[in-house]
Design a protein around this ligand. Structure first.
Ligand SMILES: [Zn+2]
Length: 66
């Protein structure tokens, strides 16, 4: 199955690809200072800090040690 899919993709070549002109929206960067997460010790930009913790230790945490 996996091999068949690869064969099909390689056989199709560039015909399965498409392109178009786009403009990528980029916000102007603002100055920031670095702060240290009190939980993991990681240095992160001050605008990403959640209280005294980085996102990975705060709202973006997706696992916990067991
Ligand atoms: Zn952290």
């Amino acid at each position: 199955m996996k091999g068949q899919l690869f064969d099909e993709i390689f056989r199709a070549g560039r015909n399965i690809l498409s392109f178009e002109r786009v403009r990528v929206m980029v916000k102007i960067k603002k100055k920031w200072s670095s702060v240290t997460c009190s939980c993991c010790g990681e240095t992160i930009p001050d605008y990403l800090i959640e209280g005294d913790r980085c996102g990975a230790c705060g709202s973006m945490k997706y696992y916990e040690r067991i």
